[in-house]
Design a protein around this ligand. Structure first.
Ligand code: Q46
Ligand code: ZN
Ligand code: ZN
Length: 327
């Protein structure tokens, strides 16, 4: 196996590009893909202050590293979710990465600062853990970006994540979600600009990037991910990709090029400009209290009424969206 660029020994094959790369040229390939995504979708302008949501996993550490390599001004933000050992270890990975490069990592600990953890929030709200977790992370990421004066919030969603969300939205014809699925959400009405610079890299490629670059990321999956339907969608797409390399990228980028606009022009609701403010925290909200403040209330009330047996968690099926802010 030889590198497509220098003909030296290759260590990574990228089947959809029909190419093998040596370590140096693989790293360059990843930088080029991220740079291209940033330019193509106008994600980050020169001089923007960037906040990256960091979990300690491969994607968030890879995107942080890649943005620094590309010369952007990036700080990290980590949320302690209180998911047992998983959260302890994920925090260690995020802190080690930041410390080893002298980077700024902001942190919020959900149990310490809001009085509940994700298992409790999920039980109290009778929602799947990933639903309570998504509500909490979105709220805290948005606030951290707005209050910290950042121009843009980066998440580590990769091509596999975006293709799986798209697949789920198509399977269930979630047309409003299809209208909002994009690698960039512009800033509006109290929401920060949100971007996904890894959309041109697969999960396998971000893992390979970390290994080649010597980035020590958290390999274990979240123990609460059981029942997460995206994992099934990813498996199905991976089966197709194995037989027909490039299908995943065609599916996602074909949607962006040829179909997304049609869903956007036919969309109903989701008008961020018409949103009010949460009475308690001031975040954009359709109701008096935003979804996060309602979750805090339910979870902390539940914690204080220990005599009441916990309600069973209902796993919700059939709703697939990557980002619940109404833009
Ligand atoms: S951390 Fe949270 Fe993920 Fe765990 S509970 Fe689900 S959403 S799987 S990225
Ligand atoms: Zn090479
Ligand atoms: Zn609120």
């Amino acid at each position: 196996m030889k590198c497509r660029v220098c003909r030296g020994p290759a260590v990574v094959d990228v089947r959809r590009a029909n190419a093998n790369f040596c370590p140096d040229h693989f790293l360059r390939f990843c930088r080029d893909q991220v740079d291209r995504a940033i330019g193509e979708f106008a994600m980050i302008a020169p001089g923007d202050r960037v906040l990256v949501a960091v979990s300690g996993g491969k994607d968030s550490l890879a995107v942080w590293d890649l943005l620094l390599e590309l010369g952007h001004d990036v700080e990290g933000f980590y949320v302690g979710l209180g998911i047992g050992d998983y959260s302890d270890v994920s925090g260690q990975h995020a802190r080690r990465f930041a410390a080893s490069r002298g980077l700024v990592l902001h942190e919020v600990d959900l149990p310490e600062e809001y009085g509940f953890d994700i298992p409790e929030g999920s039980r109290a709200a009778r929602r799947a853990p990933c639903s309570a977790c998504g509500t909490s992370k979105r709220h805290l990421f948005d606030r951290a970006a707005i209050e910290g004066g950042f121009d843009v919030l980066v998440t580590g969603h990769n091509l596999d994540d975006e293709a799986a969300v798209l697949f789920g939205n198509v399977l269930h014809w979630q047309t409003d979600y299809l209208a909002r699925q994009a690698p960039v959400l512009p800033a509006s009405n109290g929401f920060p600009r949100k971007v996904k610079p890894l959309v041109r890299l697969s999960e396998r490629e971000t893992a390979a990037y970390c290994i080649v670059k010597g980035i020590d990321y958290l390999v274990e999956e979240c123990p609460m991910s059981a029942g997460n339907k995206h994992i099934g969608y990813k498996d199905a797409l991976n089966d197709i990709e194995l037989r027909s390399p490039g299908t995943k990228a065609d599916f996602y980028f074909g949607f962006l090029r040829r179909a997304a606009e049609q869903f956007r022009s036919g969309a109903t609701g989701g008008d961020a400009a018409g949103l009010g403010r949460c009475d308690r925290c001031g975040s954009p909200s359709e109701a008096e209290l935003c979804a996060f403040c309602r979750l805090v209330d339910r979870a902390t009330t539940d914690r204080h009424s220990r005599s009441v047996p916990p309600a069973p968690v209902e796993i919700q099926l059939g709703t697939t969206r990557s980002n619940e802010d109404p833009r």
